[in-house]
Design a protein around this ligand. Structure first.
Ligand code: SF4
Length: 536
């Protein structure tokens, strides 16, 4: 392994001798991707780093992650050079996008970890990049591995033997403090650096703190949000949002759906001020044609219609994430249509209103049917409905029957008024840390599979109804990765080294262990008791 540089080092580009011949293709793709990007702002000189910033999925997914872009911006503003690193499905050596630097040559590697299932990508990227995935095996010449993001905060134990430093909660202030500390301690012994970093609030350092205890790390949220802007800093021509300029409207959520982590981990809703949103949109308007408005419950933003109208009046296209049906108005739908949005997504979660109330998603049927009518009249191409299967106390076959009836009603109204197709997307319920349903039993895989087949048989490919296949194995893996920690590391490393997929993993895992594990590992009980007011 080549020599490793310190944080202040200037890493030269690897010569072609360091790169495999079969990477020529990858370089061509990289050049093409970079040439199509637009950098929306410049950053001050970068005397430190560089940091290899990983998103453990492919480029279009990573660049559509506002969290990833925000971390890029925060490290750049703190004086670090940053090079982006994405998952290469073709299995080549892990190198950075900008200057093709192999991962092991970075003094610091940081990774967003938002979705549990990306853990294998991350481990494979480390291995392919010449970085030992086990923290205890990395010596003074190895990079630091910093991790953060929704999945890292929800279950830091999974990363206990992998990451050196884990940022918990909303990262803006934490990353700034961490950057300062890393710069102050550069050149010092590895243990001294870890001890200094472990003094920072909301930073978990497994080798200093030992076993993770959530009570030692109170929930961390940013308030007011406008302390830090949050929008694309690099606009990719090819990402999951079709190269839109991404703008965050809100964080957290005021609703308290029992299965959803957003409210219980990110706290109650916080909204960005209208003036600051318009300021941002105005400043960059010459650099974008399309805007993605993001947030857990975008339609709840008190000025979302005014923001959308501002964009539409300037000839911009608009798209939004999933919306709460009862918050939608005809004016908002008109604006979205004028802004080029063709598809709508809502998440009833259950076909029956009583079941919805039980999970605290108590939106009535008439609100969904009203939306189907309004959306149909405006000729939206599709209306996607998200449903859960296998929720606590429910018989999946009952859930299936309710979903079939509800989706048919929605389809009749939507297509009857001129709309396109209804897409019923089913996901097995996964108990998540910190939520009221954290310690609920996981469904019987056979029962959920059978129920999903029934829904598909009755709805899929009939008229304008579509039901994508359900991946029960993936949901099972997600549940295990949400709750188990260092005891899984060796198995995950085996899967990564032998190139085995998560879907084929954990076959003998006893799912009954999950509720017991959930009871053992504490969440944010104070939040459940106080109605989920975010703490700082
Ligand atoms: S499911 Fe949606 S509305 Fe419910 S808490 Fe989560 S983000 Fe909020």
């Amino acid at each position: 392994m080549a020599e490793k540089a310190g944080i202040g080092a200037d890493l030269s580009l690897p010569g072609h001798s360091e790169c495999e011949v079969n990477q020529v293709d990858a370089f061509m793709k990289i050049r093409e991707l970079i040439s199509l990007e637009k950098h929306l702002r410049s950053f001050p000189e970068t005397p430190h780093g560089p940091i290899g910033l990983i998103y453990p999925h492919v480029y279009p997914v990573g660049m559509a992650s506002l969290g990833y872009q925000q971390v890029y911006r925060l490290f750049r503003e703190s004086g670090f050079g940053v090079e982006r690193v994405f998952w290469d499905p073709e299995g080549r050596e892990t190198i950075s996008l900008e200057n093709r630097i192999p991962l092991f040559r970075f003094p610091i590697v940081a990774s967003s970890y938002t979705y549990e299932l990306d853990i294998l990508h991350l481990l494979k990227m480390l291995i392919r990049g010449g970085v030992d995935p086990l923290a205890e095996q990395r010596g003074p010449e190895s990079p630091w591995l910093i991790m953060g993001g929704q999945a890292a905060t929800a279950n830091p134990r999974l990363l206990q033997r992998i990451a050196d430093i884990i940022v918990l909660g909303e990262g803006e202030q934490v990353i700034e403090a961490l950057s300062r500390r890393l710069i102050q301690t550069q050149g010092e012994a590895r243990t001294r650096v870890l001890e200094a970093v472990a003094e920072l609030p909301h930073v978990y350092v497994p080798r200093v703190h030992g076993e993770f205890d959530r009570h030692r790390f109170p929930q961390h949220t940013l308030e007011p949000l406008d302390l830090y802007p949050c929008h694309s800093v690099i606009r990719a021509a090819k990402d999951e949002f079709g190269g839109a300029f991404l703008l965050e409207l809100s964080r957290g959520c005021k609703y308290q759906c029992k299965f959803c982590i957003v409210h219980y981990m990110n706290g109650t809703a916080r909204y960005r001020e209208f003036d600051s949103l318009i300021d941002t949109l105005d400043r960059y308007q010459h650099l974008y044609e399309k805007v993605g408005l993001l947030g857990a419950a975008v339609a709840d933003h008190p000025r979302v219609e005014d923001v959308t109208e501002w964009l539409v009046r300037r000839g911009k296209q608009v798209s939004t994430s999933s919306l709460r049906a009862e918050r939608l108005t005809e004016r908002f739908l008109d604006l979205l249509r004028e802004g080029g949005q063709q598809n709508l997504t809502v998440a009833p979660e259950a076909g029956d209103v009583t079941r919805r109330r039980d999970m605290k998603k108590g939106v009535r049927d008439d609100k969904y049917l009203r939306l189907a009518e309004w959306a149909g009249k405006r000729q939206f191409h599709s209306l996607k409905l998200y449903f859960l299967l296998g929720t606590p106390g429910a018989d999946p076959m009952d859930e299936a029957a309710e979903i079939i009836e509800f989706s048919r009603k929605m389809s009749e109204v939507f297509t009857g008024h001129g709309g396109g197709k209804i897409i019923a997307a089913l996901s097995p319920f996964v108990p998540k840390p910190t939520t009221p349903w954290a310690s609920e039993a996981l469904w019987d895989p056979k029962a959920v599979k059978k129920a999903s087949r029934v829904v598909r048989k009755h709805l899929a490919f009939r008229g304008n109804l579509k039901v994508p296949p359900v991946n029960v194995k993936e949901a099972r893996a997600e549940a295990i990765l949400s709750w188990f920690g260092p005891e899984l590391t060796d198995e995950l490393l085996r899967l990564a080294r032998e190139e085995i997929s998560l879907e084929s993993a954990f076959k003998d895992f006893n799912l009954d262990q999950i509720p017991e594990q959930a009871r053992r590992i504490s969440g944010y009980p104070e939040l459940a008791e106080t109605g989920g007011k975010g703490m700082k």
